[in-house]
Design a protein around this ligand. Structure first.
Ligand code: NCD
Length: 321
């Protein structure tokens, strides 16, 4: 009988297919379980080294990426599984005009789970609606980047011990930075989180985000100067100016070095403030800061692998119960 997998009836599939499009797709309790699992993976990686033997992850990247694609691949390899995929649209059938819907139907025949990045907002949602395997949104245009948010939340939880009760400053390109949009969304579910948005006028956080905060009655400050607020912050989330989403190069050149976190500026911050960055960094954090104990962005990249391992296990229904 020809079935949903295009092959022999898969009687073992008892769970509905679950995707990750938005960090809010998981409840706060589910996220706690995911982070606990990521913590266990960090402590005892050997326990998980073979759990995905025989499983395949497809990475379908229509837009450049280093750490997201490689961290997904590292996550699956660490679990004993295998990976296949493409890293640019030009090397996929998209170059021949194939739709995302058709591509995912085909990938569903080759792999057990798929991580997709696409320059168009909503592309991963289209894929999920046609997919026969779990789809993970690995970034859709300037919209959402849920696995970076899981990474950010796990980093904060692991290094601070809690996801509540802090002031976070988000600095840089708050207009086009999808990691910022996803993270703000996710943090609104925790108590006593205070937001300070630090950006030039042209790169302010979009209205749909501030409208959402207003509706929920969550306060925020919008400022231009990082120096004026740095001493109030428990977490500083730096971002790069998203050159690829600008309409003209002149605006990019004018704004790209608006913020540069230097040692002098960091001297004014709390001694335990945490500096995060989704990476890649361009100029916005001076390399002289990398050895400061407050610089947590490389640790953050490591947490990204643990959380993606936990996510793959969870979406495949292979997490320990
Ligand atoms: C981010 C992205 O792709 O949005 N990178 C990443 O996945 N860690 C941030 C960025 O590109 O600036």
């Amino acid at each position: 009988m020809i079935t949903e997998r295009g092959g022999i009836l898969d009687k073992t599939r008892v769970r509905p297919i679950r995707h990750l499009m938005n960090p809010l797709d998981f409840t706060v309790d589910e996220l706690e379980k995911l982070f606990d699992l990521a913590g266990d993976i960090e402590r005892e990686p050997a326990k998980y080294a073979k759990v995905c033997e025989g499983k395949k992850l497809a990475t379908c990247f229509y837009e450049p990426s280093t750490r997201t694609r490689l961290s997904f691949e590292a996550a699956m390899l660490n679990l004993g599984g295998e990976v296949l995929g493409f890293s640019e649209a030009s090397s996929s059938s998209a170059a021949k005009g194939e739709s995302v819907s058709d591509t995912i139907r085909v990938i569903s025949c080759y792999a057990d789970i798929c991580a997709m990045r696409h320059p168009k907002e909503g592309a991963a949602y289209v894929a999920a609606s046609k997919s026969l395997i779990p789809v993970i949104n690995a970034g859709d245009g300037g919209h959402q980047h849920p696995t970076q948010t899981l990474t950010d939340l796990l980093t904060i939880r692991s290094l601070r011990g809690s996801l509540s009760g802090f002031t976070i400053g988000l600095c840089g390109d708050l207009k086009f930075g999808r990691t910022v949009h996803s993270l703000i969304n996710a943090l609104t579910r925790y108590s006593d989180v205070r937001f300070i948005f630090i950006s030039p006028e042209e790169l302010k956080v979009p209205d749909y985000i501030t409208d959402m905060l207003d509706e929920k009655g969550i306060g925020y400050e919008e400022v231009i100067s990082l120096e004026d607020v740095i001493d109030k912050l428990d977490i500083l989330y730096m971002t790069r100016v998203q050159r690829e989403r600008f309409f003209n190069e002149e605006d990019y050149v004018r704004l790209k070095d608006f913020y540069i976190l230097t040692k002098d500026k960091l001297d004014k911050a709390k001694s335990d403030m945490m500096v995060l960055h989704p990476l890649p960094r361009v100029n916005e954090i001076s390399v002289e800061i990398d050895d400061d104990p407050r610089a947590a962005y490389f640790k953050q990249a490591q947490y990204g692998v643990y959380v993606r391992m936990a996510l793959i296990l969870t979406l495949l229904g292979m997490e320990p119960v």
